[in-house]
Design a protein. Structure first.
Length: 165
């Protein structure tokens, strides 16, 4: 639809302008722009479960207690909306890549970067509840030797695992 709106709307507007029909040129661009906006909105509606994490954040907020930790498995952009919707700090497991890589090695960088080994230690400790957002379905099997694994929520191919019920 976007392609059709651009392929028809642009040349049609140009044709009207060549003939000095400016009102029709503007109207054709308006209709093409509306078609593009409606298409973009439909795309966002269809892909929101994959792009956003609001249902997962609501599930976490329902059981979150002070002292609990929220971790994102991998790159920050895979779950950045989780940070927005929960309003709690998040840590990254093996997340020193792309945008966060450069600043992560500075001496004053926040201590939010975990490794697989430190995740296993955190998971086995019963002192704090850990919420782990992951796209990896095998992550539960990887964590099960270190403690119980509970599936808190699932949406858009993402799962929130916890080490406590």
């Amino acid at each position: 639809m976007v392609c059709g709106a651009m392929l028809v709307g642009g040349p049609l507007s140009h044709l009207f302008r060549l003939r000095r029909r400016h009102l029709f040129a503007n109207l054709s661009l308006t209709v093409a722009s509306i078609a593009v906006l409606l298409s973009v909105h439909e795309g966002l509606t269809r892909f929101y479960p994959i792009l956003g994490s609001k249902p997962l954040a609501i599930a976490i907020n329902g059981v979150y207690q002070p002292g609990d930790r929220i971790l994102i498995d991998g790159e920050y952009t895979l779950g950045s909306t989780l940070n927005f919707y929960t309003q709690h700090p998040v840590s990254l497991v093996d997340g020193r890549m792309n945008g966060t890589w450069y600043g992560s090695y500075w001496p004053d960088a926040p201590h939010i970067f975990e490794t697989n080994d430190s995740l296993h230690i955190l998971w086995s400790s019963n002192s704090a509840r850990i919420f782990l957002l992951t796209y990896n379905p095998a992550r539960a099997a990887d964590l099960s030797p270190y403690g119980p694994v509970y599936r808190l929520a699932f949406s858009g191919g993402k799962t929130v695992l916890s080490n406590q019920p």
